[in-house]
Design a protein around this ligand. Structure first.
Ligand code: C2O
Length: 571
């Protein structure tokens, strides 16, 4: 990708513009950077098939957006595809810019074919590895790219400067129309087919048919240290990543620095990013970088072929055998826990909320609903002839037809309700005593139910996995905030025994809640807007594993969400 020098030149020669006079309420960046995104269909040849996929600017993965801490980004998105589209800037806190967050029907209605919408936001006190992706249907399968934010000029990384940096985006690829696939799966009530391939920077690699040359490669200078910016943009699968014979030192997670932690492999759920340092300190050869699935659910169907890219020393015989990477078993929960245990914030954090004003207890899990269709063969292909669903506190989130933010802002009362419960209806042994005679006692309620939070509330959320249908590690993502992961464990959360880290917890935006376990996160609700919180498996999101937090305005213009932009897409 970009060698160090070119990257910095790119930063220096970014288009500089004077601060926007009309936007006094926005935090001011130093530089404004413009990007033009054209969402369009592109023909690609992959896995012995020729397919039309949706891309940005005919690139797959899409263009990298570069910025520096404090910069303002202005990205004009024009939708030339036949599908509805939006773009979400994953991990960007969107301070006072909720209108530009991107999740469809939460903060905006989709950009319809032929329309455009300009996203504008500032990278306030954030730097590191982010990504952007479509946030409509399952379009993210091909509509994604990296968003790299460098520290302010003169501010070094808290680790030795790497010789080069490379972006590694994990993905899942389907050789069929993904928007149609989502429609079919939801209409069927059943589960989707597994992806045709896992990909690294869009390449399946040599283990798949017709892919011997469809492989990503990094060329190495022996002895140098490389920074890999790992991003999991995959749709429905968590993945392990490892490099043959090389150690990985984690230095950043979800765009926040961590204490260096060295390991043989890492796991990333969809929505997670990790920066790792790798030293090219092995004998000259070609090594495999590999990704393979982490499957914590029972009876799940999945693609079992690993995706491989090459980590190749200069001087290695070009077509020599590549040394294989050793990935953990698909259900190696311990490997996942080991990496999680190793994630600690770089410094002691003074702003971890020690006192809590509000606790939300959210159960997360799957459901099977009783068949309500007159044509069960077509529509009730889920377990025991039911329809599959997912929920928080046993409520499947139904996306409204007007965005929650617009409805809230304009005082419309018909599109959502403010009555999302702060705890499940009843407490029981969520993990081992879960109702499980599908579809008789595994039904979920439906609703566009949201939780309203006063500005400045110090919030704790307990995320509790349930055993209904199956326990599973769910990557739960919160928009608009990073949160401290103050605790996690297996089994049911118990406040008496839970061990909390209020000293140096990692500051993340997506947390893989342990399979059959819980996680506790804390943040101060000081960014007004409507913030989606959901499972980053698109399948579970479509099934309803989500809700929205409405954070009210505080006092004065620095605590108040500005007016919507004039070009906000209409519903
Ligand atoms: Cu990366 Cu709501 O998503």
């Amino acid at each position: 990708m970009f060698p160090r020098l070119a990257t910095w030149l790119l930063i220096w020669f970014g288009i500089t513009f004077p601060a926007y006079p009309a936007a006094k309420q926005w935090p001011q960046g130093t530089t404004t950077r413009f990007y033009d995104f054209k969402i369009q269909t592109t023909r690609v040849n992959k896995l012995c098939n020729s397919n039309e996929i949706v891309t940005v600017n005919n690139m797959f993965p899409g263009p990298v957006v570069y910025a520096q801490e404090g910069d303002r980004l202005i990205i004009k998105v024009t939708n030339l595809s036949p599908y509805n589209a939006t773009i979400h800037w994953h991990g960007v806190r969107q301070i006072l810019s909720c209108w530009f967050d991107g999740p469809s029907y939460i903060t905006q209605c989709p950009i319809t074919p032929g329309q455009s919408f300009t996203y504008e936001f500032t990278m306030v006190k954030q730097r590191g590895t982010f990504f952007w992706h479509a946030h409509v249907s399952w379009l993210r399968a091909t509509v994604y790219g990296a968003l790299i934010v460098y520290p302010k000029a003169g501010v070094p990384y808290p680790f030795p400067f790497p010789y080069e940096e490379h972006i590694i985006i994990l993905g899942e690829y389907w050789s069929q129309d993904i928007v149609q696939l989502e429609r079919q799966v939801i209409a069927s009530g059943g589960v989707p087919p597994p992806a045709n391939a896992y990909t690294i920077n869009g390449h399946p690699g040599p283990n798949y048919n017709c892919s011997t040359n469809d492989v990503y490669k990094i060329d190495l200078v022996p002895g140098k240290t490389y920074l890999l910016r790992l991003i999991n943009a995959g749709l429905n699968t968590e993945n392990f990543f490892a490099i043959a014979n090389h150690k990985l030192t984690i230095v950043e997670a979800d765009a926040e620095y961590t204490k260096p932690f060295t390991t043989d492999r890492v796991m990333l759920g969809p929505g997670q990013t990790l920066n790792v340092l790798v030293k090219a300190d092995q004998p000259i050869a070609r090594y495999c970088m590999a990704i393979g699935p982490y499957i914590s659910a029972r009876n799940a169907q999945f693609q079992n072929i690993t995706s491989v890219a090459y980590f190749q020393y200069s001087g290695a015989v070009p077509n020599s055998l590549s040394l294989p990477a050793r990935l953990p078993n698909i259900n190696d929960n311990l490997a996942v826990k080991t990496v999680m245990d190793g994630l600690k914030g770089l410094n002691t954090k003074d702003d971890v909320p020690k006192e809590i004003d509000a606790t939300l207890f959210l159960t997360i899990g799957l459901n099977v609903n009783k068949c309500r269709s007159p044509t069960p063969q077509q529509n009730c292909q889920g377990m025991n002839n039911g329809t599959m669903a997912a929920s928080m506190n046993n409520i499947s989130f139904i996306k409204p037809t007007v965005s929650v933010l617009e409805s809230y802002y304009k005082g419309f009362e018909d599109y959502f309700t403010p009555d999302f419960p702060s705890a499940p209806l009843r407490f029981y042994d969520f993990v081992n005593g879960a109702p499980n005679s599908a579809p008789n006692d595994t039904n979920a309620m439906n609703g566009t139910r949201t939780k309203v939070i006063e500005y400045g509330t110090r919030v704790q959320i307990i995320l509790q996995d349930t055993g209904t249908v199956t326990t599973e590690n769910h990557p739960i993502h919160l928009h608009g905030y990073s949160f401290y992961v103050v605790g996690y464990g297996s089994g049911n959360y118990n406040p008496q025994t839970a061990n909390l880290n209020l000293v140096d917890p990692p500051y993340m935006n997506t947390i893989g809640v342990p399979v059959g376990g819980w996680a506790a996160i804390r943040f101060k609700a000081d960014n007004p807007g409507v913030w989606f919180i959901h499972c980053h498996f698109d399948l579970h999101q479509s099934w309803g594993l989500a809700t929205a937090l409405i954070v009210k305005n505080g006092v004065g213009h620095l605590e108040t969400l500005p007016h919507p932009p004039a070009d906000l897409p209409r519903c």
